[in-house]
Design a protein around this ligand. Structure first.
Ligand code: AHG
Ligand code: MN
Ligand code: MN
Length: 333
């Protein structure tokens, strides 16, 4: 049946302002700008085979990964659209070496983002995404700085993601529940389709790159053995965090990217990937851990810091924490 709510993100945010004081005018501007960036990126993603954005950009990012032309496009889209209203103080991106301060003013907000998540999947038509995280500045009235970006995830004011999949959705939280909006291409806008999203209380999917089997700790191998035996469970992993997380949020399950012997700090980025999805997960009744502690309690020390990530239904994350062991050959401090 057609969803006839016709509530756009803008209308939803304005209505939410009545009950959620964190939704200031500036924050609403920023979330609307991110929504516009999602439309611009979507236009390139869906025409990928026909555009000039194919292939590698010929550079590596701060994490040493090959940058794709579409990574650059998506990064510029988010950056330029946020600059349009200049309501932020500073931003940080997976695709920017350093923080980018706002020239025009000393706004109150920090915006951190992964402009294109899962970019290795673009050429094979698998879902990709955009992830964002918003904080208040640590030092109001001053020019935005690195220090503003290095706050623990528990200080997030809002976070969310866009999934460019068989349909396109934007999902956000501002600390008052999780809301999902689906893009209607004929109308050119996102409409509320998933009100107050929560993890269903079932173990449907586990999402782990099992190719890392020989590089992971014995506890995670034991966990995989355990979860395979749970009734109704299946393995699902596409290699786009946004897509794997989104599926598990709708179906119930856990996503794990562990520390491995070749990536002892994990692969995913704390600021652009783990924290924003951790905020969504907690708001949806789930949890997120690095195996030892809550993701959102980690105090970042570097802009492009990495972490292990266990995220999904609370009981599944807790069980993985219980079984986790130190990596072989590494001293557990
Ligand atoms: P990005 O494209 O932003 O660099 O992120 C890729 C990440 C994440 O989306 C995904 O879950 C993970 O890398 C997949 O890694 P493996 O290929 O090692 O499984
Ligand atoms: Mn990513
Ligand atoms: Mn990315």
């Amino acid at each position: 049946m057609t969803n006839l709510s016709f509530i756009t993100i803008e209308e939803h945010l304005i209505a939410q302002q009545q009950e959620n004081p964190v939704l200031t005018t500036d924050l609403v501007y920023i979330l609307n700008d991110l929504n516009l960036a999602a439309k611009v990126i979507r236009n390139e993603v869906i025409r990928f085979g026909l555009t000039e954005q194919q292939g590698r950009a010929g550079q590596e990012n701060a994490s040493g990964e090959d940058v794709q032309k579409l990574d650059v496009f998506a990064n510029d889209a988010v950056k330029n659209i946020l600059r349009k209203h200049g309501r932020f103080a500073v931003m940080g991106s997976e695709e920017e070496e350093d923080v980018v301060a706002c020239d025009e003013n000393n706004g109150e907000y920090v915006v951190l983002f992964d402009p294109l998540d899962g970019s290795s999947n673009i050429e094979v038509n698998v879902s990709v995404g955009t992830i964002f995280s918003i904080y208040k500045v640590a030092n109001p009235g001053q020019k935005g700085s690195l220090e503003d970006c290095l706050q623990p995830g528990s200080k997030q004011i809002a976070s969310g993601y866009v999934i460019y999949g068989s349909s396109v959705m934007m999902v956000y939280t501002a600390g008052n529940g999780v809301y999902g909006f689906t893009y209607d291409p004929s109308l050119g806008d996102f409409f509320l389709s998933h009100d107050r999203m929560t993890f269903p209380d079932k173990t449907k999917c586990y999402s782990i790159n099992e190719c890392n089997w020989t590089r992971m700790d014995q506890g995670l191998r034991d966990y995989i053995d355990w979860i395979r035996e749970q009734p109704g469970v299946t393995a699902r992993y596409v290699g786009s965090l946004v897509a794997d997380f989104h599926r598990n949020l709708l179906r119930g399950g856990i996503y794990v990217y562990p520390a491995t012997t070749n990536c002892p700090n994990g692969k995913l980025r704390l600021l652009y990937e783990a924290n924003p999805l951790a905020f969504i997960a907690e708001q949806a009744g789930g949890s997120a851990s690095n195996g030892d502690m809550r993701i959102m309690d980690i105090k970042p020390t570097e802009l492009h810091e990495k972490c292990a990530l266990y995220i999904g239904n609370k009981n599944l994350v807790r069980k993985a924490e219980e079984l986790k062991q130190p990596l072989p050959g590494l001293v557990h401090l």
